[in-house]
Design a protein around this ligand. Structure first.
Ligand code: HAM
Length: 426
């Protein structure tokens, strides 16, 4: 069991390993705003589900043998014995919400975003608390839905986020029966190379054969290049869907590469699986993963199957991709700052009233209440990037005026306090 602990050094608290402080949320918010715009254009509705969920939810969906469940879950010990965890992914929560709230209108097209927790070894692009966008279509069997879904993601990355340097890897892992047949073929292949594969892959071979493809060892990966391809073991129906999917992606001008060893690390996938990857991210190259999952609703206690497809882009990895092209993005600009400078304590009350008036009119306003000489206050105003400085001294107070200094052109004006809003708005 993994317990959350605080590290304390010389009386100073440090953030927990693998977590981050975001002191500048510009890129984060840009991604969220673009996502809200984009996915609503495709008729998706925003929802939110809790960050804590019953641990068993992930045992029965993500998979008992998956790394996420066996090694990476933050479990919470609760006195009354109820087993909870911090969500290691969001898809099972969305399916739980679908079932629990008796959603009947399908396809249920929803998106959400928020923190996700996995106890992994932290490195660039890999954190223990990170954020995902999650987009799901629940209750749609058509393989054309997958083509349309992948196109929607591709457009999000290329058009809304202006990403260029990325690729889409795609594979088709068939239905349950196909995977059963393929597992046998793969086992036979592994029998012949068993002496050359790593210890963990020997365990994977017995417990969850397809997982061998997730192995990080270059030696194992070299061996698996000669493994049989799952797309050669598809039944007639799946083979037809795989062909249709590729045709439709081509029709929609989506560039993709078929990756025969892509099986994804979560247990619920069937048929389509895909990842968007970028070389610029280093070893954690996948910035979005997803696929089709047809049995999750019934597996989690819902009535009947609801064939579904979904994906989760990782926000931190998107931020890493956006940082180098930040200057080319149309990012929201902070509003012009109006900074009030009371020259002495005597002007503080007037400053409060004036600030309140300006703020109620929607003008971004702050007051320098810490005092100091006019020179030092002007220096601070400059550092704060104030557009206008509003000086309140004895004379201004007496004459019910304000000295307004435009920090861009250096021009000063004396304005009656009652006319200040009108002056600033014009
Ligand atoms: P996943 O591939 O496990 O899929 O995660 C999706 C994305 O989350 C990854 O591509 C990556 O960008 C980000 N990510 C994962 N782990 C970390 C980490 N430790 N640090 C930073 N970012 C990370 C899922 O979670 C599925 N629920 C996706 C899905 C939705 N499938 C169907 N619907």
């Amino acid at each position: 069991m993994i317990f959350v602990s605080f590290s304390k050094e010389a009386g100073m608290f440090k953030r927990i390993k693998g977590t981050q402080d975001f002191l500048d949320l510009t890129l984060f918010n840009f991604i969220i705003e673009q996502a809200k715009k984009h996915f609503s254009e495709y008729n998706f509705t925003e929802i939110a589900t809790p960050v804590i969920e019953p641990t068993d939810l992930y045992h029965r969906s993500t998979g008992q043998e998956s790394e996420v469940v066996t090694k990476q879950m933050f479990r919470i010990a609760v006195k009354d014995g109820e087993q909870m965890c911090l969500r290691p992914e969001i898809t099972p929560s969305i399916i739980r919400a679908f079932i629990e709230n008796n959603v009947i209108q399908t396809p249920w097209k929803v998106f959400t975003y928020g923190p996700v927790f996995r106890y992994e070894r932290p490195q660039k692009g890999r954190y223990r608390q990170f954020h995902q966008l999650n987009i799901e279509v629940i209750g749609s069997e058509s393989i054309s839905q997958d083509a349309s879904f992948v196109k929607m993601l591709d457009r999000f990355f290329s058009d809304k986020l202006s990403l260029r340097n990325y690729a889409l890897l795609i594979n088709f892992i068939g239905c349950f029966e196909d995977r059963k047949a393929y597992r046998e073929l793969l086992s036979q292949f592994l029998d012949n190379v068993e002496q050359d594969i790593c210890k963990e892959c020997k365990i994977r071979k017995e417990k969850n054969t397809l997982r061998i493809f997730d192995c990080k060892s270059p030696d194992c990966q070299k061996i698996y290049k000669d493994a049989p391809h799952i797309t050669d073991s598809l039944c007639k129906e799946c083979k037809g869907e795989w062909e249709t999917l590729q045709e439709e992606l081509t029709l929609l001008s989506v560039s993709y590469k078929v990756e025969p060893t892509l099986v994804r690390g979560l247990d619920y996938y069937s048929k389509t699986v895909f990842e968007f990857v970028s070389d610029s991210l280093g070893s954690q190259s996948a910035f979005c993963g997803g696929g089709r999952y047809n049995q999750l609703v019934s597996q989690l206690g819902g009535k009947g199957d609801q064939p579904s497809v979904g994906a989760a882009p990782g926000i931190e990895r998107l931020m890493l991709l956006l940082e180098p092209i930040r200057d080319t993005l149309v990012l929201p600009q902070p509003p012009a700052l109006h900074l009030i400078l009371p020259m002495s304590k005597k002007q503080d009350m007037l400053a409060l009233l004036l600030a309140d008036t300006l703020q109620s009119e929607g003008l971004c306003t702050d007051i320098l209440l810490e005092g100091g000489s006019i020179k030092s206050m002007m220096r601070r105003a400059n550092r704060m990037g104030a557009k206008y400085v509003l000086i309140l001294g004895d004379e201004e107070q007496e004459e019910k005026k304000v000295t307004v200094k435009d920090m861009v052109n250096g021009k000063s004006d004396q304005i009656l306090q009652v006319e200040l809003v009108e002056f600033l708005k014009s």
